[in-house]
Design a protein. Structure first.
Length: 441
C-alpha cells in the first residue's frame, strides 16, 4: 500500500456535499471534509484467471495511477463520547453520483463515521446516469461545487480498492498522517460499511484485497445481491455470482432484505463463527420514506424499511469486536425446494427477521415487485380489504397488543435496539390510526 497525504479540513462557501441533515451540535458531533491523495494500485486476478468460486481470490497488481479524493468525516467533538469504532463507508453511486448521507441515529451514539469517495462516479458522475437520473437526480462532486472539488482526480475504478485501503489506514489505529481527520480520537477499530452496489464492491474487497493490507477489522454489507465485480471489473458493474470467503479472521455481517432472499443472494452462504447473515422479511432492496395514504387501494411502493435492523447490526458488530460477543444467528426467510419464498395466507414471507408489520399485517408486503411504477427494487404493498381488517382487528387493542409484543420480541432477539423501541411503538399507533380513518371508525 502506497503512502497517502491529507489536506484539510477543507473550507468553502458551501458545506461539504452529503453533510448530515440533522443538528450536529445537539448530538455533540462535528462534520469536516478532507482530501486524501496519493497513488492507487489496480488489481487483477492472478494470471488473469477467473476468480475462484469459493471467494478465495488471489489478486496481483497490474497498474498504478495518481488520485485525489475526499473523505467526509462525522465524529464526536468530545473524545469521551467516542466508543473507539470508526465506520468507514464506501459511498454509494448507483444514482450516477453519491447518494449516501450519514443520518441514521445509531451513528450518533458514540461512533465516528467516514464516507470515502472511492469510485470515479463520485467525482465525475456517470455518463449513463445508471438509468435513474430522472428518478433520483444527483450531481457529481465536480459539478456540484467546482470551486471546492475542482482539484479532485481519479484513476478509474480499478484503483478504488487501494483508495479504500489507504482511507482505512488514514483513519485507523495506526494512522500517522497529518492533519488528523479524527481530531485526535483514540481509534481502536475500523468497520467497513457498504450497501447495494457498494456492498458488491466490499465483497470483492474482502475476497481479494483485504489480506494484502488488513486495515479493516470488520465488514457490514447491506442489501448485498450475492455479486461482486471482477478484478478489474468489466464494462458492467453487476459483476459475477460469488460467496464471501470463509477463511478471514475478521467478522462479517450481512443484512439483506426480502429482495435479495428472493434472488437467492446468500442461499449458498451458511452462517459460521465469523459470519452472520440476517434477512428482513417483507422489506424491499430500496427504501422510500413516504408512506401510502390511508384508504388507498391497489399495488403501491413497499413502505417497509430494514434500517432499524441494520442499526442493531452495527452495534452488534461493535460489541463483537470490542468484547468478542457473537451476534445471534437468525432464521433465514423460508423457501421451498425450487427456491421460491414460502408465504402465509396474506401473501407475506415466512421466517427471517420479522418486523411488527409481518406479525400484525395490514396487507401484503413483497420485497420484489413489478406491479408498481417504482420498479422491482422498491417492492410492492397491497392493502387488505377493509372487511378483512375489521375481522382481524375489531378494536385498537387487538392491533396494538400484538404489535407491541412483536417489538419486544425483536428487542429480545437483538434485531432491534432498545433505543428504537419507542419509535417502533409509535409507528404502530400511526398505522392503527390510518386503519381507523380508512374504515371510517
Amino acid at each position: 500500500m502506497n503512502p497517502a497525504r491529507l489536506r484539510g479540513p477543507i473550507e468553502g462557501a458551501n458545506p461539504p456535499a452529503g453533510s448530515p441533515r440533522r443538528d450536529l451540535a445537539d448530538d455533540g458531533y462535528v462534520c469536516e471534509e478532507y482530501f486524501l491523495e496519493g497513488s492507487a494500485m489496480a488489481y487483477q486476478h492472478r494470471g488473469e484467471e477467473s476468480p475462484s468460486s469459493d471467494g478465495r481470490w488471489e489478486p496481483e497488481v497490474f497498474g498504478e495511477g495518481p488520485y485525489r479524493t475526499r473523505l467526509l468525516v462525522v465524529r464526536p467533538e468530545d473524545p469521551s463520547l467516542f466508543n473507539g469504532t470508526v465506520l468507514l463507508n464506501w459511498q454509494n453511486v448507483s444514482a450516477g453520483a453519491e447518494i449516501t448521507r450519514p443520518d441514521d441515529d445509531e451513528l450518533y451514539r458514540g461512533f465516528a463515521w467516514v464516507g470515502v469517495s472511492a469510485q470515479e462516479i463520485s467525482l465525475y458522475g456517470s455518463p449513463m446516469g445508471m438509468g435513474v437520473r430522472g428518478v433520483l437526480p444527483r450531481e457529481a462532486l465536480l459539478d456540484l461545487d467546482p470551486e471546492r472539488y475542482g482539484s479532485l482526480t481519479h484513476p478509474g475504478d480499478a484503483g478504488s480498492f487501494d483508495i479504500f485501503s489507504q482511507a482505512a489506514h488514514a483513519v485507523g489505529p495506526q494512522r500517522s498522517l497529518q492533519p488528523d481527520p479524527l481530531g485526535g480520537l483514540s481509534v481502536e477499530r475500523v468497520v467497513a460499511l457498504g450497501g447495494s452496489q457498494s456492498a458488491m464492491r466490499l465483497a470483492a474487497y474482502l475476497n481479494g484485497v483485504h489480506l494484502l493490507h488488513q486495515v479493516i477489522d470488520g465488514f457490514v454489507l447491506t442489501v448485498w445481491e450475492g455479486r461482486a465485480p471482477r478484478l478489474p471489473e468489466g464494462p458492467l458493474p453487476l459483476g459475477l455470482r460469488t460467496v464471501l470467503r470463509d477463511d478471514l479472521e475478521v467478522p462479517i455481517f450481512v443484512v439483506n432484505s426480502e429482495f435479495e432472499a428472493e434472488a437467492g443472494a446468500t442461499a449458498q452462504q451458511p452462517d459460521h463463527e465469523r459470519l452472520r447473515v440476517w434477512e428482513v422479511a417483507g422489506t424491499p432492496h430500496g427504501t422510500r420514506r413516504k408512506q401510502a395514504a390511508a384508504g388507498t387501494s391497489g399495488w403501491q411502493t413497499n413502505p417497509l424499511r430494514w434500517d432499524p435492523v441494520h442499526q442493531a447490526a452495527i452495534r452488534l458488530m461493535h460489541r463483537w469486536l470490542d468484547d468478542g460477543t457473537e451476534p445471534p444467528v437468525q432464521p433465514r426467510i423460508e423457501s421451498d425446494a425450487r427456491g421460491r419464498l414460502v408465504r402465509d395466507e396474506f401473501g407475506n414471507a415466512l421466517g427471517g427477521v420479522r418486523l411488527p408489520d409481518l406479525e400484525v399485517p395490514v396487507g401484503t408486503f413483497q420485497g420484489m415487485s413489478v406491479k408498481t411504477s417504482s420498479g422491482p427494487l422498491f417492492g410492492g404493498f397491497h392493502p387488505m380489504d377493509p372487511e378483512v381488517l375489521r375481522t382481524l382487528y375489531p378494536d385498537r387493542e387487538r392491533f396494538l397488543e400484538p404489535w407491541d409484543r412483536a417489538v419486544r420480541a425483536m428487542i429480545s432477539a437483538q434485531t432491534l435496539l432498545g433505543d428504537d423501541a419507542a419509535s417502533q411503538r409509535a409507528r404502530g399507533r400511526t398505522i392503527v390510526e390510518s386503519i381507523s380513518i380508512a374504515h371510517g371508525g
